[in-house]
Write a protein that binds this ligand. Sequence first.
Ligand SMILES: *Cc1c(COP(=O)(O)O)cnc(C)c1O
Length: 217
Amino acid sequence: MVADRNVYDKLISELEKEAVTLVAVSKTKPIEDIASLYAYGQRDFGENYVQELTEKQPVLPGNIQWHFIGHLQSNKVKYIAPFVHLIHGIDSWKLLKEVNKQAARNNRVIPVLLQVHIATEETKFGFDEAELEEALSQSVSLEHIAIKGLMGMASFTDDLHQVEKEFGYLKSLYDDYVLSHAFSILSMGMSGDYKIAITHGSNMVRIGSLLFGSRNA
Ligand SMILES: *Cc1c(COP(=O)(O)O)cnc(C)c1O
């Protein structure tokens, strides 16, 4: 579904007031849908699947900033390393090392976020608090990545109190490292929970269905 101009404009003005960056999540959406949002002025787009991203990137305008927001397998990093703008879901030391290696091959420094496991679901990915500490302290040896901050996904639940607790927890971790590691990005919030995320300090939201309509419609 081509994004509705009014919905987009309203969302953008709401986010701009709070200085929050919008990543428009275009996974499973056709080129025309992305082009429509691009025409409204949107430049940051998020994709979850490497193959889908590498098919879309060459046929869309070169000044789109592509965010990889899904679970990334180490053996696929090489396909997105030449152009990816920000990788949100770094969830292991092995993956961080591989991004560093592929970034070096492309003579670039790739900006990344470390994903923290904040939800109750076991199926979601991310570092726990101790692993985060460990990854951050070891990362100084990796010269081709720049860790810009943290990313997290709250539990899929109607219990707003639970979601608030999880976002609050991620914000407290972000605050622990913001000065020592010069963090600038806290990526949390999707269509269903972005308002709560912003209340808890998010400055980057990843929004799909609110803009493009539901994915399995
Ligand atoms: C799909 C996805 C989103 C967007 O979800 P919506 O509910 O459609 O806004 C955000 N973040 C991640 C990591 C996703 O996989």
